[in-house]
Design a protein around this ligand. Structure first.
Ligand code: C2E
Ligand code: MG
Ligand code: MG
Length: 524
């Protein structure tokens, strides 16, 4: 009761009651006049009770009116607060675009002439048509790294403005960091491709941030309703699948959803699940392929190559599962597991043979990579001088400064560095000048094609001449035939690797191989 009297409604009741008392007293004071009036009206039947009832009625009316006004204000306030909260929840605070929650509630704009209701004369309702475009920026992480989050935010704001300029208002959504969705209702299929190209063109135009011209790319996947799904969410999911396909083709690509893309995504999801389990179970193992000193014929080391035999007993190609590990962030766990095992295995090899280990391009972007490797060396006791890290050319283009710093850290720790698959990536010659390598590995594609192919032979000769003049050792990969071996022996190449010497083999076979090689050489 005390609480009620303290709040606004209670106070109003007290006020109204107070006014009622005053009114009642006033009526009482003038009761003579009032009674005279009432007697005239009701022929002498009225008395004080009637007056009190009138007063009470008037007071109740005043109170109700006040309450109604108050409740209206309160409801208005609540509605405004709800609208604000709803807007915050359904819009991105940076770009002000609606977000994925807004998309869940999004209703396609009415087709002209109310088509989506019942088509005139037709019994079936006409299903609305729309195309959903999923857009993902290419190279946004680099902008963020270079210009900081503020620069990244400015770029996202500009990109969202450009996308919004191409589509209808409230039909462009920001789904996540650098992911956008645009819905185009009633777009004819022949215009979709053009629209996807327009999106890419518009987003990839340079943006000036702090006077610096900056650029990102865009990948676009799209799907249409009702052909690819009966609900907007279903169609958006499919456009995402198409986006995934576009991304896999490189930067600034677009793709329309096709059923086989969905199957590919399902297979990949399965592969990812299996890979996670394989890493947990430690069922991916390092195998070892011999590296032969071509001048002496001696075994000088092994290259560790990841091997995964899946539940069906089939070997999954390393390039396949390593790509998935890179995309899903599993690569570090896999790498640490394999390197630790390989270092332990290398410790049991009799002679102090070299252990060559591949590092993927994604790992080069990991600033902690040198310390991870050094920790494993310290834990397993393998001397750094026995480890050689193989880096492919593609790993050097993402962030060349970071790659150069990482390579320097390897050198100062005493770890050797080899440039793998030389001749297959980009700008090989500039990389040789910029980064410090101990060795280059000529890619097997040159070796397989050079016999009888004048051009390949000349390229191989040029690579060998270049590495000699730069004082770099050379390994030739993929030697399978005696003619190839004879040629590289004649060219003064340092190390050979290939099926002619041996394929990648498990640790026990590698130990046997080393013993056997020694025996054969001793017998010669
Ligand atoms: P890579 O580092 O260039 O390894 C050499 C590849 O050539 C291996 O394929 C090897 O089996 C194959 N090879 C060697 N000699 C011959 C030959 O005479 N003829 C033919 N046709 N092929 C030969 P593999 O094991 O399938 O590995 C493919 C690639 O996968 C590797 O190329 C490497 O880039 C990557 N990879 C393998 N294991 C790992 C790993 O543990 N970590 C990382 N990051 N990458 C790995
Ligand atoms: Mg390699
Ligand atoms: Mg290679």
């Amino acid at each position: 009761m005390v609480d009620f009297l303290k709040n606004r409604a209670g106070r109003q009741l007290l006020q109204v009651a107070g006014w009622g008392v005053v009114l009642w007293l006033a009526c009482y004071a003038f009761s003579g006049h009032l009674l005279a009036t009432v007697e005239i009206i009701s022929a002498g039947q009225a008395h004080l009770v009637i007056i009190s009832l009138i007063v009470l009625g008037l007071a109740s009316f005043a109170y109700s009116a006040l309450r109604i006004l108050d409740m209206r204000d309160e409801m208005e306030g609540r509605r405004k607060a709800f609208d604000t909260a709803d807007h915050i929840a359904t819009h991105d605070h940076l770009t002000k675009l609606p977000n994925r929650y807004a998309f869940d509630r999004f209703v396609l704009p009415q087709a002209p002439d109310g088509q989506e209701a019942l088509d005139a004369g037709a019994a079936e309702p006409v299903i609305p048509t729309a195309t959903v475009f999923s857009i993902d920026l290419d190279g946004f992480k680099k902008v963020n790294d270079l210009l900081g989050h503020q620069g990244g935010d400015l770029l996202l704001t500009e990109v969202s403005r450009r996308i919004s300029a191409l589509a209808d208002h409230e039909c462009v959504f920001r789904f996540g960091g650098d992911e956008f969705v645009a819905v185009a209702s009633g777009m004819p299929p022949e215009k979709e491709e053009l629209f996807a190209q327009l999106l890419i063109h518009s987003v990839s135009r340079p943006v000036r941030i702090d006077a610096l011209p900056t650029q990102v790319g865009a990948s676009v996947g799209y799907a249409r309703m009702p052909e690819h799904g009966s609900t907007l969410e279903e169609v958006r999911h499919r456009s995402d699948v198409a986006l995934y396909e576009a991304k896999s083709r490189g930067h600034n690509q677009y793709a329309l959803f096709q059923q086989d893309m969905q199957d590919k995504v399902a297979q990949r999801a399965q592969l990812e699940g299996n890979l996670r389990r394989a890493i947990e179970d430690k069922s991916i193992r390092p195998y070892y392929q011999p590296l032969i000193n071509l001048k002496t014929g001696e075994l000088c080391g092994f290259e560790a190559l990841a091997r995964w035999r899946n539940a069906d007993g089939v070997f999954v190609p390393p390039q396949e599962f390593i790509a998935v590990a890179e995309e899903t962030g599993l690569v570090t766990a896999l790498f640490e597991q394999l390197l630790a095992q390989a270092c332990r295995d290398a410790q049991t090899w009799r002679a102090p043979l070299l252990l060559a280990f591949n590092v993927s391009p994604v790992q080069i972007e990991d600033r902690l990579l040198p310390s991870r490797i050094l920790n494993i060396l310290a834990e397993t006791g393998l001397p750094p001088s026995r480890l050689e890290i193989e880096i492919t050319e593609n790993a050097l283009i993402g962030d060349p400064d970071l790659a150069a710093a990482t390579i320097e850290q390897f050198h100062s720790a005493g770890i050797q560095v080899a440039l793998d698959d030389f001749g297959t990536g980009y700008s090989s010659l500039s990389q040789l000048a910029r980064f410090r390598f101990d060795k280059i590995k000529i890619d097997k594609s040159f070796v397989s094609s050079f016999v009888g192919n004048d051009k390949s032979a000349k390229i191989v000769d040029a690579i060998l001449g270049l590495s000699r003049s730069l004082n770099l050792k050379t390994t030739v990969e993929g030697i399978e035939e005696h003619a190839q071996l004879a040629y590289f022996l004649g060219q003064g190449c340092d190390i050979g690797q290939g099926y002619i010497f041996g394929k990648a083999m498990p640790q026990t076979d590698a130990i046997a191989f080393a013993r056997q090689r020694k025996r054969v050489l001793a017998a010669c």
